[in-house]
Ligand binder design. Sequence first.
Ligand code: FES
Ligand code: FE2
Length: 431
Amino acid sequence: MLTHDDNEILCRVGPGTPMGNLMREYWIPGMLSEELPEPDGAPLRVRLLGENLIAYRTTSGQVGVMQESCPHRGASLFFGRNEEEGLRCVYHGWKFDVTGACVDMPNEPAESNFKHKIKAAAYPVRERNGILWVYMGVRATPPALPEMEANMAPDMPVRMSVMQRECNYMQALEGDIDTSHVGFLHGEIVKRDAAEGTFNSFMRDKAPRYEVTDTDSGTMYGAYRPASDGQTYWRVANFLMPFYTMTPTGVLGVDIRMKAWVPVDDDHTLLLSVSCGERAVAAAGNVTPAVHPHKPGFYGRFNCVQDKANDYQIDRQLQKTQSYTGVTGIVMQDQMITESMGTVYIRDREHLGTSDMMIIRTRRRLIQAAKALRDHGVTPSGVDEPGVYAVRTGGVVLPSDANWIEASAHLRTGFVEHPELNRAAMMGSFV
Ligand code: FES
Ligand SMILES: [Fe+2]
C-alpha cells in the first residue's frame, strides 16, 4: 500500500506537481508522424501531462507543438490557419512559428514592435521513425533522445500501435510489470499442448517465483520457473524511467520492443507500443485492438472500439467455454481490468503479495526520484544517459545455479545480433 501523500506524488502529472516535473525532464513520445501527414495540414489537438497542446506540420515539414491558448486573448489555436511556416490565430491574425515566436501581428500598427515581445509557449519536437517526441522541460537545450532500439531499427519490420486508456498512467503501467496475472487474465495464451522443453511448456506453472532489482534505467524483474534437467526458465522484464516497460514474452536477445505509458493527464493515458521483427508484425492482428478514427476534442485520439460503455464487448458464453475473461484480445483484457479500478486508484486499501515485488520497487523508484528532484534538484536517471535505454527483454533458460543478472547480461544488451537463437524452436511456436 501507499500513503495518500505518496499516491498523490506518484499519480499527479500536471504542471508544478513533483511527478509532472520529473516527467518534464524527459522526452515524451506523444504522437505518431502519421497523425500529421502533410505540410500545412490540419492542426491536431494533443493533451500531454495535463496540458492542452496544438500540433501542426509546417510548410517545410517541421512539427510545431504549442499551448492551445493564443497569447493574445486566449482563442484556441486549433482553429488556426496552418500556413507559410507558422500557425495563425484566426481571431485577430497573430501568427507564431515553431519556436513560439510571434512573426506577424497584423492588427497592430506596422511601426509597432509589440510582436517582438510576445512568445507563445512552444515545445521542441523531434521526429524519429514515425514517432514525434516532445520536450516539455525547462532546459534551453533538451537532452538527447533515449536510445530505444525499437524506435531506431528502420531496416526491420515494425509494428506500432497507440490506444487511449481511461485511467492513470501508473495503474496502467503496473499491469504491464505484473507478470503473475498472465496465466489468469490472459489464460488462453498458455498453450497446454506445447511441446515439452519449449518456453510455452514451462508457462503451465502459474506461480513463478520472482527476483527484482534496480537498474541504471529503472527496475527489472526475473520471474523463474523450473525448466528441464537442472535448468531454470527466466522471464526478464523492465521498467525504464519514467514510464516505459518492456515485457518478458518471447526470447531474450531476439525480441525488440518498447511500450510507453504516456500520461495525457491524471485520468487518461496513451499506450504506445512498438515491436520489431517478423514475428511482431505477424502477431499484430492478435494484439492490436481496433480504434476509432480520431474524434474532436482532447480525448479523441485512439479510442478503442471495445470500451467501458459496451463492457468491452464481453461474451459470457465465451467466458464459460474458451477464455478466462470472455473479452477478446490481450490488450483489451488489460484495458478492461485497469480501467475497472477507477481512474486514479487509491492505493491505501490494497493488499500486496510476494508477486507484487516489482510494482513495489518501481513505485518506490519513481517516488524517490520525484522527491529527489523536488527537494535537491537531482536530475533523474536516464535523462542524460540515453544509452541506458538500449536494452532487451524476454525469456531465457539458464543453469539453475547461475546468477541470472550476470548470465543474461549479454542477451539484455541492445543493438547486438544473435543469429544462433531460433525463436520459433525455443518458444515452441512462431508467436
Ligand atoms: S486571440 Fe489570437 S490573435 Fe487575438
Ligand atoms: Fe496483461
